[in-house]
Ligand binder design. Sequence first.
Ligand code: SF4
Ligand code: SF4
Length: 347
Amino acid sequence: MGKRKINNSDMNRARYNRLKKILQQRKLFKLVCGAGNEDPEEVKRLAFIFTLAGSTMLDLSANADIVDAAAEGIRKAYEIAPLLGRDIRVKPYLNVSIGLKGDPHVRKAQINLDNCSKCGLCITVCQQKAISDDCKVVKYRCIGCGHCETICPKAAIQYISKRLDFNKILPLCIQRGVETLELHAAIDDDKAFLADWKIINNLIQGNFISLCIDRSLLSDEHLIDRIKMAYVLTGERLIIQADGIPMSGSENDDYNNTLQAIACADIVGKSKIPVKIVLSGGTNRKTGLLAKQCAVGVHGVAIGSFARKIVKEFISQDKFYDNKSLIKKAVSVADELIRVNLEAIGD
Ligand code: SF4
Ligand code: SF4
């Protein structure tokens, strides 16, 4: 009897079951390339390094070119892995992040040059190198973190938040290999939240979808009510990304920075809604350990700013792909970040 042909739906189910197991085993590590990061070369290099290091998910901007860049980074990682003696156990899941209008993850900074004194403080503080010497924001690099606005003495920085047509852009991303979606929903607008949540539920019916929320604009009760609303539509496919202080992870590798993420996860866990919980927002090397010390059970850790910061010196080199020792160093730094977190939450 011939073997049954494996079709797309079998593959999708296998990938769903694999992700479910990864979450049950508390082994999800998500590298956040940045919901607003539209720099294809940076994303390709990040995907390359973190695939080799064992990241199980890559979080990307809702942009087909960026999805292609990440896929190319993964392909390159598979190509070089045997030469580096590395075994890639799980092909990373590609996740695309979108946000409610106004959510910090999907905004871009804009400088009002009439108010700007050209002091240069914003240029120095911007980790993304997204502000030019003549004080203009390079949009594709800006991730909306807000560090420039905080430091600006002239209040010359505001944000613009463009509403994407999700029904147009997301199917394009899915065609290119995206398997899961995430909605950043920190904004206090339930009607807008439900409308967007329905869209992503319709688009991804056979895999997990993630709701990223924090406590900056929602009360603890409101946060739980929103999770309940999401759970009604999504059931066991729901991941809650418990965000501490969004995009604050580049600051310090300490407990204080990661504390809010643990507090948010604790509230979600105590609600007893049977969702999977992933920590984010200020996450660093200490995150898993702090969750363990606080007895807060989580299923994964997502790291963005901090993860990007620790590999930056390697991936920003010109001849990066030709330099095996540079690649090895970057992979080793990323590997350690993943390992310390997953060992701590998995105990
Ligand atoms: S500091 Fe953050 S918000 Fe400001 S330009 Fe840089 S990336 Fe954008
Ligand atoms: S910090 Fe403010 S005033 Fe200084 S260069 Fe930047 S935008 Fe201009």
